[in-house]
Design a protein around this ligand. Structure first.
Ligand SMILES: Nc1ncnc2c1ncn2[C@@H]1O[C@H](COP(=O)(O)OP(=O)(O)OP(=O)(O)O)[C@@H](O)[C@H]1O
Ligand SMILES: [Mg+2]
Length: 414
């Protein structure tokens, strides 16, 4: 998760055009011509079209889009393997598009490392030498660089393989070496272009888990490119979706699923299993009216329910932790009996969840008694909001899972 929102990379109005007649193409682009039209008239390919975004320190920022959408063009502008046609890239607030060549090399070698799809290992060097290669180019002495490379190999689970050559390693292991090489450089930023795309599915999944584990330890800022939505959702703190060099949307997986910015994004995310992503936080309504067990009696409860037009209300204790619900019919009985406290009407056997619970985790908590799910703060049990069964049902119906629909209908008798 993102600890702070300090900006590590900022990209401003970045455009990248390939071809000889860049100026003409850029003018057409500014006037709103399409990528296809520009290609037809100028033979220039628009790689990136006026992209602006920020990458925060410590996050995994995933760039995704179909082939040709400009993902590689973009990541290569971040370390200036591609020279932007216009626009700026800032690294920790400093404009690196304006840097001279020497400064630029420094940035590439000391501040950003790249992991490639095809591993990029040197066949005649050992695993250790491969892992140390970035440091060798940088000019670190042998003892120093081998020590760092060994540490990095250990981090990626390849301790003991140092003296082998790449040809003796499987694809997954080779990619670990690629990752170790980037980690050995100990740069603040890792740029990973389809780093896991060439791996077969099971190994790919292992590598994703591994990357998440490693990231917990090293807390790098990672820009990760993929065309695989499941991978994007698994790895990305935030995801940026591109089409034809244009940014269509930036957000968390949940933001993108709950609020797609365009038809393109909707179509893209259509097949995602929403129930594993949508959480209580996005379904709950906040600031429900709440009763205090130590202060509020039946009369006050009745008045509040009448004001709100509801038949029940949540209740908290004196520490303000959620303890359950009271229902109107029970409270009316208490009032008839001149009771002063809500204690006897309190139903405490009620489901509560944390805000990160997914729809999938909440569905089994639905029951015939129609209680909403109380979303409470982990530390102190305070009520953050309520997820009604209706909103869960709608969410479940939207993903069209017949079995789930049936269960819900049964539970709610609707
Ligand atoms: N060196 C180049 N010369 C000319 N056109 C290029 C060059 N590199 C990329 N392009 C064009 O720029 C656009 C974006 O390409 P890019 O490689 O960035 O896409 P991508 O999203 O990385 O695709 P993929 O998923 O296939 O890797 C495409 O239209 C492509 O044809
Ligand atoms: Mg690419």
């Amino acid at each position: 998760m993102i600890e702070s929102n300090s900006v590590k990379l900022r990209v401003e109005d970045l455009t990248l055009i390939f071809g000889k007649r860049k100026k003409e193409a850029l003018e057409m682009l500014m006037q709103g011509a399409s990528k296809a039209k520009i290609l037809e008239q100028t033979k220039c390919a628009v790689g990136i079209n006026r992209a602006s975004f920020e990458v925060y320190e410590g996050e995994i920022f995933v760039v995704m889009g179909l082939s040709g959408s400009g993902k590689s063009s973009l990541i290569r502008c971040l370390n200036r393997l591609n020279e932007p046609t216009s626009g700026k890239v800032f690294f920790k607030g400093e404009d690196i598009t304006g840097e001279s060549n020497n400064e630029l090399l420094h940035t590439r070698r000391f501040e950003m490392s790249m992991v490639f799809q095809k591993f990029g290992l040197l066949p005649h060097k050992t695993i250790l030498e491969n892992a140390a290669f970035g440091l060798e180019i940088r000019g670190d002495d042998k003892i120093e660089r081998e020590k760092k490379a060994l540490d990095a190999l250990e981090t990626v689970g390849l301790k003991g393989y140092e003296d082998l050559y790449p040809s003796a390693m499987s694809g997954g292991m080779q990619q670990r070496v690629g990752l170790a090489r980037a980690l050995a450089n100990d740069t603040e930023v890792l740029l990973m272009d389809e780093a896991f795309s060439a791996l077969d599915p099971l190994i790919k999944s292992d590598m994703q888990d591994e990357l998440l584990q490693i990231q917990k330890k090293v807390q790098k800022t990672i820009v990760f490119i993929t065309h695989d939505l499941d991978e994007a959702i698994k790895l990305g703190d935030r995801i940026m979706i591109m089409k034809d060099g244009i940014i269509e949307q930036i957000g968390t997986a949940e933001e993108i699923l709950t609020n797609p910015a365009s038809d393109y994004v909707s179509a893209f995310v259509e097949k995602v299993d929403r129930k594993t992503i949508i959480t209580a936080e996005s379904l709950m309504f906040t600031k429900p009216s709440i009763l205090r067990l130590d202060k509020d009696g039946p009369m006050r409860a009745i008045r509040k329910m009448r004001e709100q037009g509801v038949k029940f209300l949540p209740v908290e204790d004196e520490q303000r932790a959620f303890v359950g619900y009271v229902w109107l019919r029970d409270v009316l009985d208490l009032a008839d009996n001149k009771e002063k406290s809500l204690d006897k009407a309190l139903k405490t056997e009620v489901p509560s969840v944390y805000k990160e619970y997914t729809v999938e985790e909440m569905l089994p908590l639905i029951s015939g008694n129609n209680y909403p799910l109380a979303v409470v703060e982990k530390d102190n049990g305070r009520l953050l909001g309520l997820v009604t069964q209706t909103s869960l049902i709608i969410e479940a119906t939207r993903f069209g899972d017949e079995e789930v629909k049936h269960l819900i209908r049964k539970a709610n008798d609707i």
